[in-house]
Design a protein around this ligand. Structure first.
Ligand SMILES: [Zn+2]
Length: 286
């Protein structure tokens, strides 16, 4: 079956989850490869079996080379222990999971692989079209689409889990699309996340030399007083082989200067520290 037909089949099977990005009315039909809302707004699926649920086109900084490096590092397992930690927070029963800011999609595909649950409904979205194009190449039952965090193209309370890896949050939208009693999961870097790169790429006086997540964790706790925090920390060996991709994949290197970057390429760090918190909250049942 062609990818566009698979995409149309997927949306048809889960039509009740989607809504029109223009007028916010729930979709009521899909005609071949075109979603049609009750007010007549149409949205075409593309050849990759994906769709762009945006009112206006948006440019992002996440270009294809950066995402390709990210794909390489994540396929090599850079975030695998984080995916494992997130998987442990989820019930074993079938879940409808939304991955916010899915990027090139590997963490969601790895979560799918780990859960091995045929009845899971997995949807990943990102503002980056380049990211979603890469995501649609993954072998996974997850559906990937372009959408805006602030205006999610999903109906109210249609997900059991809303999760995000290193993405900004829009709590009001999360609570709208997640069902009462569902889970919100947020992965945030801790102070030592990629500290070797941080220290190699910046002088001690630069603001990027240090990082603290206190404010982000506090904000999550203000929204969800019942939240739990699970810390995950490990070393990931990179050496000479991976350093270029490692530098390309992280926004951390964007602000550093050429002398720091070439110095790090000449003398790569042996490994990087991955240090994150998995914040988990259960929404009130109401
Ligand atoms: Zn509409």
């Amino acid at each position: 079956m062609k990818k566009i037909d698979l995409g149309a089949q997927y949306i048809a099977a889960h039509l009740a989850m989607f809504r029109c990005p223009v007028c916010e009315a729930p979709y009521t039909k899909i005609e071949v490869h075109t979603l049609v809302c009750p007010n007549g707004h149409t949205l075409d699926l593309n050849k990759k079996g994906s769709a762009t649920f945006l009112k206006h086109n948006v440019e992002t900084e996440y270009d294809t080379p950066m995402l390709a490096s990210r794909r390489k590092m994540l396929t090599a397992g850079l975030f695998a222990p984080i995916v494992h930690a997130v998987a442990k927070q989820l019930p074993e029963t079938p879940q409808r999971i939304l991955d916010v800011g899915t990027g090139e999609g590997t963490p969601l595909a790895q979560l799918d692989e780990r859960r091995q649950c045929d009845e899971d409904v997995l949807i990943g979205f990102d503002l980056s079209k380049a990211g979603i194009n890469l995501a649609t190449q993954l072998v996974s039952k997850a559906f990937f689409c372009v959408a805006d965090l602030a205006q999610l193209p999903f109906n109210d309370h249609v997900f059991d889990v809303v999760m995000e890896f290193f993405s900004p949050s829009a709590y009001r939208e999360f609570e709208r699309v997640c069902r009462p009693g569902g889970q919100v999961i947020k992965v945030v870097p801790n102070a030592n996340y990629l500290i070797e790169l941080r220290h190699a790429l910046y002088d001690q006086t630069a603001p990027q030399y240090q990082y603290a997540n206190d404010r982000v964790v506090e904000l999550f706790a203000e929204h969800y007083p019942n939240m739990t925090q699970t810390k995950v920390r490990y070393d990931f060996p990179i050496g000479g082989e991976w350093i270029k991709d490692m530098m390309a994949m992280t926004p951390l290197s964007w602000g550093s200067d050429e002398p720091h970057r070439s110095q790090l390429l000449r003398e790569p760090v042996e490994s990087v520290t991955v240090d994150v918190s998995v914040l988990t909250a259960t929404l009130p049942k109401r």
